[in-house]
Design a binder for this molecule. Structure first.
Ligand code: NAD
Length: 428
């Protein structure tokens, strides 16, 4: 989504350019990887419940598929822009490569606000999106998934439309489906758990006992909730959570020194991850301004809401106690803020590594759907743990060896793999 003064795609390209220079990539490979391979921008006409026809704008960007079919979510947001979708598609390419799964990068979006749409209207948007793209997506081309403000239900409407058009069952077309309808056990937990697998490994490497740590989390949606649960299970304590209040159109932070109880907060949250302030106060939470989560005296920060949340203007306010910053959200930190984090000596687990659990489990879902054979939850989560742990150590080892910032090390690994696939295919 567009944020004044920050263009997510320019940020993604700037990050790429920096690493292309480290890798000394040739000009053709640079040009190829700086831009998406393909972009679709289209209209979705929908007859609304009141009888009027409204035209929604939809996007799909396939950044690079040299390593396998494009993979990436579809977001419903009123401020969605093509540049945001491009940036997120680019990050998906690096994310799939850094965890070494045989998929490329894609992303989609629709400019709309589900808060003001009925279920029927949302279904029409989903079906319209697939009608526009049915020949350009699919199990061997481009595999969508849910993302901000889209769910398993949206994916089933899309799957149904795709299967109606193509006349067969193609459960591998889309992931994030409900369990029992081609979905994978563990997908709901995967991104949040993946964040915590990487935090656990980072603490191990830094010689810090997880039981001695506290964390502050921005967001209380899917990623944040499961990250809070697993981190608490392995012995940590979350003392602050921030989320968006739909009624006030403002963010708030909820602090409780004794520790945040995810299940309790879920019971007083709306379906978009907004927490009821009055009920939270009654349960002993302090209600603070939206950006207070960033200033907490904790060892771990987990931005798990939106992009561009840690910037040059607020990064200096990060507490000196903070040792690890694990990016659950995509693109939460600007390049200027990165410099400040480096100066502060904070160990950053970059977004496309930290939150790669979702796409890794989506890959498992796609594999299971294509086989029509589904694994037990323990098996899925064990495979997820081993993929995330291996990816984390590959990146941190390179960072140590070449004295690179973690984000740069992750990029070096990912971009090298994609560039090599392009060379192997004879593209450059
Ligand atoms: P979600 O819609 O379930 O939750 C978003 C949360 O962020 C909500 O609690 C909302 O209240 C909060 N929020 C929104 N604006 C805020 C603000 N200004 N300040 C504080 N809180 C705010 O979304 P999600 O699925 O948890 O995704 C969160 C982030 O993680 C996004 O950047 C998404 O792209 C990324 N991500 C998600 C997945 C996944 O599997 N869900 C995978 C990879 C990356």
């Amino acid at each position: 989504m567009a944020i004044k003064g920050v263009n997510a795609f320019e940020m993604a390209q700037a990050q790429f350019d920096k690493v292309a220079a480290i890798l000394d990539l040739d000009p053709a490979t640079r040009e190829l990887l700086r831009w998406p391979l393909r972009e679709y921008s289209f209209a979705i006409p929908v007859r609304m419940d009141d009888g009027r026809v409204k035209i929604f704008r939809g996007f799909r960007v396939q950044h690079n598929d040299a390593r396998g079919p494009s993979k990436g979510g579809i977001r419903f947001h009123p401020q969605e822009t093509l540049d945001t979708v491009r940036a997120l598609a680019t990050w998906m390419t690096w994310k799939c490569a850094v965890v070494d799964i045989p998929l490329g990068g894609g992303k989609g979006g629709v400019i709309c606000d589900p808060h003001h749409l009925s279920q029927r209207e949302q279904e029409q948007i989903c079906r319209g999106w697939v009608r526009q793209l049915a020949r350009n997506v699919g199990p061997v081309a481009d595999v969508p998934a849910p993302d901000v403000m889209t769910s398993g239900q949206h994916m089933l409407w899309m799957l149904d439309e795709f299967e109606t058009i193509h006349g067969g069952h193609y459960p591998g077309f889309i992931t994030g489906k409900p369990v029992g309808m081609g979905g994978s056990e563990g997908r709901t937990e995967a991104t949040g758990y993946g964040v915590v697998f990487t935090i656990r490994e980072a603490l191990r490497e830094l010689g810090i006992d997880v039981a001695q740590t506290r964390a502050s989390v921005q967001g209380f949606g899917n990623v944040a909730q499961y990250a809070i649960r697993l981190y608490t299970q392995i012995g940590g304590k979350v003392t602050c959570v921030a989320c968006w209040d739909q009624t006030d159109q403002a963010a708030y932070s909820f602090r409780r020194e004794a520790g945040v109880d995810a299940d309790q907060l879920v019971s007083i949250s709306d379906r978009f991850g907004g927490i009821d302030k009055a009920k939270a106060k009654a349960l002993g939470y302090e209600v603070l301004p939206g950006d207070s989560w960033l200033e907490q005296p904790v060892e771990i920060l987990v931005p798990a809401a939106l992009e561009n949340q840690i910037r040059a203007d607020n990064a200096p306010r990060i507490h000196a106690k903070v040792k690890v910053l694990a990016e659950g959200a995509n693109g939460p930190t600007t390049p200027e803020a990165d410099t400040i984090l480096q100066e502060k000596g904070i160990f950053v687990i970059p977004d496309f590594l930290a939150n790669a659990g979702g796409v890794t489990c989506s890959y498992f879902e796609q594999v299971q759907s294509n086989m029509n054979f589904f694994w037990e939850k323990d098996e899925v989560l064990a495979r997820l743990d081993s993929k995330m742990t291996a990816a984390f150590h590959a990146v941190s080892e390179l960072a140590r060896k070449r004295k690179l910032f973690m984000r740069d090390a992750a990029y070096v690994i990912a971009i090298n793999r994609v560039a090599q696939a392009c060379r192997d295919r004879g593209w450059v």
